[in-house]
Ligand binder design. Structure first.
Ligand SMILES: C[S@@+](CC[C@H](N)C(=O)[O-])C[C@H]1O[C@@H](n2cnc3c(N)ncnc32)[C@H](O)[C@@H]1O
Length: 241
């Protein structure tokens, strides 16, 4: 058996194991797990676009809700020297897997300190840290409008001015819920979409549909405003006063 075959087999076995782990965690708690399978490579790439757009710059990055690490692996592959990746994962079983990923990833050999795992909800992170990029994998469609507001406000607080947040929403879930769930659940989901729409109107700088994912997903990119640069003449007048 050649080297390619064995490493390819290892990747397939790993994906298979991650698929099962996701299913088991979804059966345990579908509300916070929010999916029955990890994100595809295409979705992971779309979510991490702001990191590639700033390739070579040392960045502080936060990934919230990393699951089995489908997006984490893409992020690690893009970490430039001097960058730091914080991961907030609420489920301790997923966190164990992410820990193993961080200590065994060949890109991190000798640079393990670039990745910091926090086994806790993103809401409970230190609010004083600042990030250039936040990548969210949280299943907002399963949360209450109040929880979504709390988390979105926290993301915006954690970003440097001009920093970027990406998150995704599966397509068609509201329609599926309208057929299968109670009226209260449908109303809750609609209210969550309205909350997110208000943030999108204010901060959205990009939106893509990723068809190569099960189910297909829409990725949103939001950017916090840069502080206004004073007009040179006005700044001079202000300094003379
Ligand atoms: C839909 S999965 C996404 C996993 C992974 N990012 C992916 O794309 O395959 C959502 C993840 O968010 C985690 N999660 C849910 N609520 C959370 C919270 N408040 N803070 C941190 N992680 C949370 C879940 O445990 C789960 O791992």
């Amino acid at each position: 058996m050649d080297h390619w075959t064995t490493s390819h087999d290892r990747v397939l076995a790993q994906r298979h194991a991650e698929g099962w782990m996701f299913l088991i965690e979804a059966a345990r708690d579908i509300r916070t797990t929010g999916a029955i399978a990890p994100s595809s490579t295409a979705l992971a790439r779309a979510l991490t676009e702001p990191v590639r757009a700033q390739a070579g710059r040392p960045l502080n990055i936060l990934e919230a809700g990393a699951g089995t690490g489908a997006v984490t692996r893409t992020l690690i592959g893009q970490l430039s020297p001097g960058s730091r990746l914080d991961i907030a994962e609420a489920n301790p079983r997923f966190a164990d897997r992410l820990h193993r990923l961080a200590v065994t990833h060949p890109r991190l050999a000798g640079h393990g300190q670039q990745v910091h795992l926090h086994t806790r909800r993103v809401e409970d992170l230190d609010p004083n840290r600042r990030y250039d990029v936040v990548v969210s994998g949280l299943p907002f469609a399963n949360f209450t409008p109040g929880q979504v507001t709390t988390i979105m406000d926290r993301y915006l607080q954690l970003l440097h001015p001009g920093g970027t947040l990406t998150y995704f929403a599966y397509l068609g879930t509201r329609r599926a819920r309208a057929l299968l769930a109670s009226r209260a659940q449908v109303r809750r989901h609609q209210a969550v979409e309205e909350v997110l729409a208000a943030y999108q109107r204010r901060y959205a700088t990009g939106c893509w549909t990723v068809w190569a994912n099960l189910p297909p997903a829409r990725v949103w990119q939001l950017t916090t405003p840069q502080p206004a640069v004073p007009h040179p003449a006005r700044a001079e007048a202000g300094a003379r006063r």
